[in-house]
Design a protein around this ligand. Structure first.
Ligand SMILES: NC(=O)c1ccc[n+]([C@@H]2O[C@H](COP(=O)([O-])OP(=O)(O)OC[C@H]3O[C@@H](n4cnc5c(N)ncnc54)[C@H](O)[C@@H]3O)[C@@H](O)[C@H]2O)c1
Length: 445
């Protein structure tokens, strides 16, 4: 599914009209290519605080070239500012001092990360103000930086300084091409350490990943990316989709379960299957989802019930059964797929938005209760180009695609890469987060 508008603006006539009419001009985003270095260029590191000294070594360990000295005329592909040392509003000028001189010399699709201290863990009013201020700063810079670049704020809890590698690897690389303006917390709930990654080219080697709704769309791409990272994928989908599902898992050398996740015995069957055939599961991705849109005034019971059942009750019941049966191994990952609709709301989607906000509730409820390094997080996709969004009427689809800082829809791989970051052994301290994969959509921001 190509983005025809993006093709048009790249044409000579399109370029002329974009310039003269002030139309949105989407940039072709860099995306990660297997085997390529994480960052194709140099990352400038600066700031003061708990992390700055270790950053060059951390980035070096990830194969990323970093420098702490800004050179006039140099072009950067990534910026990392340690802002954990800021303890008052008066010190916020350090943000301007670091960024303003370099913003004009960034390569397209540059990735920017600001590191902060979770405001709730700060020691004084001034520090809390300064750390909270980072949110407004990063979200605004994300909206104005342009040219396909991204900006994130990563709050690192005191004590979790050694657990930031997987998060930096994701947010500095094109794996996070369509993620911007996000605020992530590392080490605030549960573990403050990370499991070492034995082989960075296959961080999920030896892991078993269950992916629901795997036969097509975002689920298929999640299966492919987790397989790329070394996992054995167990795909789940409805029996009607079994032929596509079987073809996919055959290609990925994986396994499948053809069932409706809302069937009363689905949680038990899934738990039984992964225990019997794989001795348990390491990664559970609740991706299967449906829409049955109607304004609430016209909403039949069936539309309401089916959406709640597939999108939130099934993930809740399957997770509960897997935990109850100890089927999720230590350092396991539970990953929900919410939606921007669950955050911003959407006309005709009271059922869908309720179900997707419920997925966020599931993350909130479980995150503080899990042990053995098991985490729970969610992605909230914005406009992702799939068969689900192909069914959206043309005008709504066009507006939906452009109303974000990237002026384009995302790809299933953008959601899949975000899930792979959560799934990484290095992300044990990443727990209780909901990250939007929405190109920093203007809605619900
Ligand atoms: N495409 C988007 O823009 C977008 C945006 C936000 C959220 N999402 C969410 O991402 C997820 C994947 O979306 P998609 O666009 O790939 O959708 P899709 O319709 O292309 O794929 C969904 C898959 O889930 C499966 N499924 C549905 N009901 C099931 C059931 N009862 N049991 C087992 N499998 C079932 C389907 O057969 C299908 O293979 C969904 O949860 C969706 O709500 C998508």
């Amino acid at each position: 599914m190509t983005d025809r508008y993006q093709g048009f603006v790249a044409s000579p006539v399109g370029k002329f009209l974009v310039k003269n009419l002030g139309l949105p001009s989407p940039v072709a985003l860099d995306r990660y290519v297997e085997g390529a270095p994480l960052v194709d260029g140099t990352v400038l590191v600066g700031g003061t605080g708990r992390l700055v000294e270790q950053l060059p070594e951390v980035l070096d360990g990830l194969g990323i070239t970093a420098t702490t000295t800004r050179e006039d005329g140099a072009t950067y592909k990534g910026l990392v500012l340690d802002a954990t040392g800021l303890t008052s509003a008066a010190e916020l000028g350090a943000l301007r001092d670091f960024f303003t001189p370099v913003l004009r010399s960034l390569a397209p699709c540059t990735h920017v990360v600001v590191l902060g201290t979770p405001p709730e863990t700060t020691g004084s009013t001034g520090e809390r103000i300064a750390q909270r201020a980072l949110e407004g700063f990063t979200r605004s810079l994300g909206k104005e930086i342009g040219r396909g670049s991204t900006v994130q704020l990563v709050y690192v809890a005191p004590g979790a300084e050694g657990a930031v590698d997987s998060t930096l690897a994701f947010f500095l690389s094109p794996k996070s091409a369509y993620v911007s303006g996000q605020v992530v917390r590392v080490g605030t709930t549960g573990s403050t350490t990370a499991e070492p990654v034995a082989d960075p080219t296959e961080p999920l080697a030896g892991k078993v990943a269950l992916v629901t709704g795997a036969s097509r769309g975002i689920g298929e791409q999640i299966a492919r990316v987790l397989h790329r990272d070394g996992a054995t994928v167990v795909g789940v989908d409805v029996p009607q989709a079994a032929s596509d599902l079987v073809a996919l898992v055959k290609e990925l050398d994986g396994d499948h379960i053809a069932l409706d996740i809302t069937a009363p015995d689905a949680p038990q069957r899934i738990a039984h299957h992964v225990k019997e055939k794989h001795g348990g599961v390491d990664i559970v991705v609740h991706n299967a989802g449906i829409t049955r849109d109607k304004k609430l005034a016209n909403m039949g019971e069936d539309r309401w019930d089916s959406v709640i059942a597939v999108n939130v009750s099934a993930p809740e019941l399957i997770t509960a059964e897997l935990l109850e049966q100890d089927a999720i191994r230590p350092n396991g990952r539970i990953i929900g797929v919410a939606s921007i609709a669950g955050i911003a709301g959407n006309v005709g989607q009271t059922n869908y938005a309720a179900s997707k906000a419920g997925v966020i509730g599931l993350v909130d409820a479980l995150a503080p209760t899990l042990s053995d390094g098991i985490t729970v997080n969610a992605v909230a996709p914005g406009f992702i180009v799939t068969q689900m969004t192909a069914a959206v009427p043309f005008a709504t689809r066009e507006v939906g695609q452009r109303l974000n800082a990237m002026a384009q829809g995302g790809l299933p791989v953008d959601v899949a890469e975000t899930i792979a970051w959560y799934a990484s052994p290095g992300s044990t301290a990443v727990n209780g987060n909901v990250v939007r994969v929405c190109g920093q959509m203007m809605l619900g921001a």
